[in-house]
Design a protein around this ligand. Structure first.
Ligand code: ADP
Ligand code: MG
Length: 358
């Protein structure tokens, strides 16, 4: 069993704006830190603190980042590790309008604006992938969890290894505080519920960060219950704090950065149930294949078969086999010469294709 301690990776994405508060929000030169500066008199009371500048170190601060760059930085590795068996979770956190849904789903009208979910499914591509919604309703007032279940099969000679994993992609409900939103009635109820579930999420995260805690209160809310095998522990976990760059939103920005900062301290232990030395196995297999090709060449020359090749069939060869099969079915030829296994397989494949069309 392979065990590494990892921590949650936290990123900040700043929504592009023409009205960027450049005297309040500053980026570090390596794009891994972000500083919030407030003028002393202006916001002091509201912030309930004498501190006027806060600096946060993140795994990446993404501003003016395309959807593609964001995917590369935030999701790509997690998705490829999911394909070999590690569960993964990516969460977007932040106030309403800060770009959580844009980051997760993207703008559907333009292909290059597609977000993490469609890209992950595409990377997920030649394996068997089943996608499912849970706990959702597509609204900023509820959490949206998108789960991709992955079943990967690896074949080693007669050995087939099967790895099941999943990726949770979570567009969390807007994080704005109830007292600030001034909601009433049903809206207030919803806001309270959301604030509660986000604070339960935070409690779970804090508990996970403490190595001495053995009880993690996953059962406190539906959200944390759904995420019980997707946060910490057996998972690669990434948080994207979506923030707005305007001065008017700076308090929300600060609170989202604080949340991201707390998340960073959570260590996770991604566990892969089935594993082996991949690089070593590939090298050994390459050697074995080269040896078997030599062996085949010897057999061919002993049997006086020249010009045999065992490489994958070319497009031209496949077309030739297809035409042979068609000629055979029309009665134009009586038999199809058997050349090698690849050719036999292709012949059967062509028969199947024809049968399917009938
Ligand atoms: P949230 O889900 O956090 O409430 P949205 O993702 O719906 O916010 O974003 C609000 C609006 O801003 C949407 O119209 C969205 O297309 C736009 N938007 C958000 N982030 C970006 C971005 N990085 N680049 C361009 N437009 C963005
Ligand atoms: Mg949204």
């Amino acid at each position: 069993m392979y065990l590494v301690r990892k921590r949650v990776h936290a990123f900040v994405r700043v929504k592009p704006t023409a009205d960027f508060a450049q005297d309040m929000i500053k980026f570090g030169p390596d794009n891994k830190s972000i500083e919030i500066c407030l003028k002393k008199d202006a916001k002091k009371e509201a912030m309930n603190s004498r501190q006027t500048s806060w600096s946060f170190r993140m795994d990446g601060v993404l501003h003016n980042t395309s959807q593609e760059q964001l995917y590369e930085t935030v999701a790509k590795k997690l998705v490829s590790e999911a394909l070999i068996g590690y569960n993964g979770t990516i969460m977007c956190y932040g106030q309403t309008g800060a770009g959580k849904t844009y980051t997760m789903m993207g703008a559907t009208a333009d292909y290059k604006h597609r977000g993490i979910i469609p890209r992950a499914i595409q990377q997920g591509e030649n394996k068997r992938v089943i996608a499912e919604h849970a706990l959702n309703k597509h609204s900023s007032r509820s959490h949206c969890i998108f789960t991709i279940y992955i079943e990967s099969r690896f074949r080693f000679f007669s050995d087939i290894k099967c790895v099941n994993s999943k990726i949770n992609l979570i567009d969390l409900a807007g994080s704005e505080r109830q007292s600030k939103s001034g909601s009433e009635g049903q809206l207030l109820k919803e806001a309270t519920y959301i604030n509660k579930s986000l604070s339960f999420l935070e409690q779970v995260i804090t508990a996970l960060a403490d190595p001495k805690r053995d009880h993690i209160p996953f059962r406190q809310s539906k959200l944390t219950y759904v995420l019980k095998d997707s946060l910490g522990r057996n998972c690669n976990t990434v948080l994207v704090a979506n923030v707005c760059g305007e001065a008017a939103h700076v308090e929300h920005t600060l609170s989202s950065l604080r949340f991201a900062n707390r998340m960073k301290w959570v260590t996770t232990e991604p566990v892969l149930n089935e594993t082996y030395d991949q690089e070593g196995t590939v090298k050994a297999l390459e050697k074995e294949i080269a040896f078997l090709k030599q062996e085949l060449a010897v057999h061919d020359s002993l049997a006086n078969r020249s010009l045999m090749t065992y490489d994958p069939l070319s497009h031209v060869q496949i077309e030739e086999i297809k035409s042979q099969v068609h000629r055979y079915l029309k009665g134009a030829i009586d038999e199809i010469d058997i050349v090698n296994l690849r050719q036999i397989r292709e012949v059967f494949r062509q028969f199947k294709l024809i049968l399917r069309q009938v």
